[in-house]
Write a protein that binds this ligand. Structure first.
Ligand code: KG4
Ligand code: ZN
Length: 342
């Protein structure tokens, strides 16, 4: 089966072609056009994002088909992200996908963006298939999911406030770093001393029990406030900046790693899959590998292109649903929110 994927949920216009069956799927092409314009505003401006998708969608899809050496007629199904995300941005992809599917007489399938992130890894590592524990950490989401099988998703934990990437971006702003700030924090934290600023690990207590509400959940707003106080209390921010960044990153990573380890151990999973933009953070990936080595579980982290928003993961998830005979009719709509798994 050959699937054309389209992703426009936030500030990346992306199209991709994947081909295969079952878990034997290869990526034939992937085009990602990132909207750099939002950097000027320090965050994604929804209307600008939607308009940029309108401008980019036709050439991006055409390029993905060209790179795959295919024409629209060779495609078996069109997969498109229809939730969650910026609704105006999603509508561009959904409307275009509908027009394309309708015009070419092809079926259409709507894909949940976060389900796409669960599949991203499997395009690079054949072993990164269920059963596994997944940690999805992006600018908009922080989800800890147990995945016994494709299509069977058990949300164990989530953030109570800021997403992990959002916390990176806000702390970067406090430290005077450019947007999006995650990679800048990672860069300067390498020069930081982890003993200079030690922040409390949010929602992480040794005596927590699996039935406790906060056993798997995370929260980053208190950590953000602690960073703000450290910045305000610093007599020399130039000197302290890398140390504060390091203290913040250490606290956030230890929390995510520990919660993921709890999930993997409790469900006896031998694989841990990371996804979302924050999974680009090498300190997180290394810490996760080190912690999981204790129980012998393997950690799979996607490359930058597949960790951040992309259409290959949407095409891959669409292929799974299409093989099960699922189709979305021309009534497919876009939704800002939708729980993973329906
Ligand atoms: O998945 P993504 O590209 O878009 C969303 O769906 O949100 O994630 C973007 C987020 C941003 O918050 C960005 O700061 C963060 O991922 N990010 C990082 C790193 N690279 C990107 N956070 C920490 N370390 C990084 N190296
Ligand atoms: Zn995403």
């Amino acid at each position: 089966m050959v699937v054309l994927g389209i992703e426009t949920s936030c500030d990346e216009t992306s199209a991709a072609v994947v081909e295969g069956r079952g878990d034997d799927v290869v990526q034939r092409s992937l085009v990602i056009l990132s909207q750099d314009v939002h950097r000027v505003f320090g965050g994604v401006v929804p209307e600008i994002a939607s308009r940029a998708h309108v401008t980019a969608i036709v050439p991006v899809v055409n390029q993905a088909l060209r790179d795959a050496g295919l024409s629209l007629g060779d495609i078996d199904i069109v997969a498109v992200t229809n939730a969650p995300g910026l609704v105006g941005a999603l509508l561009v992809g959904v409307s275009y996908a509908k027009g394309l599917a309708c015009g070419a007489g092809k079926p259409l399938i709507g894909v949940h963006h976060m389900e796409g992130h669960l599949f991203a890894q499997s395009l690079e590592h054949r072993e990164a298939v269920p059963p596994f524990t997944a940690l999805l950490v992006s600018g908009g989401h922080t989800l800890l999911v147990d995945v016994p099988a494709w299509g069977d998703y058990h949300i164990l934990g989530a953030t109570r406030d800021d997403a992990a990437g959002e916390a990176f971006d806000k702390v970067a702003k406090l430290l005077g770093l450019p947007y999006p700030g995650g990679r800048h924090i990672e860069r300067i934290a390498r020069e930081g001393d982890s003993n200079r600023f030690r922040f409390a690990r949010p929602m992480l207590r040794r005596n927590q029990q699996p039935d406790d509400e906060d056993y798997y959940d995370v929260s980053f707003s208190g950590l953000k406030t602690a960073v703000l106080l450290a910045v305000q209390g610093s007599a020399d921010l130039e000197r302290d900046r890398p140390h504060i960044a390091r203290g913040f990153q250490d606290a956030l990573i230890e929390t995510l790693v520990e919660k993921t380890a709890r999930a993997a151990e409790r469900h006896d999973r031998r694989r841990v899959v990371l996804g979302g933009g924050v999974a680009c953070n090498q300190a997180l990936v290394e810490a996760m590998k080190m912690r999981m080595a204790e129980s012998g579980a393997a950690v799979y982290a996607p490359s930058v292109r597949l960790a951040t928003d992309n259409a290959a993961m949407i095409a891959r998830a669409g292929l799974f649903h299409a093989e099960r005979g699922e189709r979305s009719g021309m009534g497919l709509n876009a939704f800002a929110r939708m729980p993973l798994g329906g």
